[in-house]
Design a protein. Structure first.
Length: 90
């Protein structure tokens, strides 16, 4: 649904829109709570390497090692599948 710029004060120079997003199916074998904690820690500090940002998550660094994921990578370089694999390993 589009929202006209006159709906805002002061009016922006661009048009806005409302988007409805439906969550996908939760991957099997992984807890939503674990996945949430993992991604929160990974993206909590901008531009930190995984070894630094995940050191507070028990078992995360060991899971990275077991899966062959370089702990010097940054969170934004991991795919969703890689995050799910790490959450399963934890």
């Amino acid at each position: 649904m589009k929202v006209h710029r006159s709906a805002f004060t002061p009016p922006p120079k661009v048009m806005s829109a409302i988007v409805h997003v439906e969550p996908g199916i939760m991957p099997e074998g992984v807890s939503a709570k674990v996945l949430e904690r993992l991604t929160e820690a990974a993206f909590g500090q901008r531009r930190k390497m995984l070894r630094q940002s995940l050191k507070g998550v028990p078992g995360a660094l060991e899971a990275l090692d077991a899966l062959g994921i370089d702990p010097q990578r940054r969170a934004e370089t991991l795919s969703v599948t890689e995050f799910v694999e790490v959450a399963r390993a934890i």
